[in-house]
Design a protein around this ligand. Structure first.
Ligand code: A2P
Length: 280
């Protein structure tokens, strides 16, 4: 069975999630989910803005595994922030996914100072809706995505329910250490999006040398490395053999010195998406 992390409300979350960003809706999403579940994934990560919740939902229905064995995440998009809009957005996601509850629901990006004077209030209003849905039992855990310390602090000051998760960009050469440490201090699990740096880190020479030692690919090394740093990786692939490859990471352990070498890698750059500069 896939190992799991335990969230701050005691909900168990399978330790590698299947990412679906840029997976096209319809048969592509359906088949990706079926392939992932057949290969052992039990944790599926989507979002309203990915525009594939219908296909993901069809995959969940068709995958042959009971709903309660799966962990399904979605996210409220930036245009739907605020109390009433978030409640509505949640219902739409649920309907598109053909589900009657979500395991995890996230605020996709924080409202931030470069776009809104009242950004703190907007985030608190969105969060109140998340808390209501959580209290009503429609979501098993609630969290945020792409929040940095200075977005989390005012949210935490007003929250009745503390976020269980913060999903941020995380891969070798992009560790966001201050944010990860803040989350650890506040008992918030960090999930890593783009754990392969969108494929950019795969031809890095040192990573290739380390991966070879373990007879693994660089993709597998990156996923395992995130886990060993207590970050839950969300690798994305639409290609069946890569979907399989990215889950085949439970049979080896990276040594402490190799983890340290990877942790010390130079800045390999990030996707370019930053919560304090995004324009969407
Ligand atoms: P594809 O979906 O065509 O398989 P990230 O999760 O860091 O955002 O990276 C996703 C990108 O990396 C996608 O373009 C995906 O392509 C590619 N990818 C996913 N898994 C692997 C792998 N094991 N080896 C090489 N490329 C991969």
């Amino acid at each position: 069975m896939e190992p799991y992390f335990t969230l701050n409300n005691n909900v168990k979350i399978p330790s590698v999630g299947f990412g679906t960003w840029q997976t096209p809706d319809g048969d592509a999403a359906l088949n990706a989910i079926k392939t992932a579940v057949q290969n052992g994934y039990r944790h599926i990560d989507t979002a309203a803005i990915y525009a594939n919740e219908k296909g993901v939902g069809m995959g969940i229905k068709a995958c042959g595994i009971e709903r309660k064995e799966l962990f399904v995440t979605s996210k409220v998009w930036n245009t739907e922030r605020g109390y009433e809009s978030t409640l509505k957005a949640f219902e739409k996601s649920l309907k598109d996914l053909q589900l009657d509850y979500l395991d995890l629901y996230l605020i996709h990006w924080p409202a931030a100072a470069h776009q809104f004077d009242n950004w703190q209030q907007i985030n608190s209003d969105t969060w109140r809706a998340m808390e209501k849905l959580y209290t009503e039992g429609k979501i098993r855990a609630i969290g945020v995505s792409n929040f940095l310390e200075h977005h989390l602090e005012p949210l935490l000051a007003k929250a009745k329910v503390s976020p269980a998760v913060n999903q941020i960009e995380y891969h070798p050469g992009c560790m966001q250490q201050n944010c990860v440490q803040f989350c650890a201090d506040h008992n918030i699990l960090v999930q890593g999006w783009s754990p392969l740096g969108r494929g950019k880190v795969l031809d890095h020479k040192m990573l290739q040398e380390i991966a070879q030692k373990y007879h693994k690919t660089v993709a597998q090394l990156c996923i395992r490395w995130a886990l060993q740093n207590d970050v839950l990786p969300l690798p994305k692939s639409s290609t069946p053999h890569r979907i399989r490859e990215n889950f085949d990471i439970f049979d080896f352990e990276i040594s402490a010195s190799d983890i340290a070498s990877i942790n010390q890698l130079e800045d390999l750059g990030r996707s370019g998406l930053h919560p304090d500069t995004i324009e969407f």
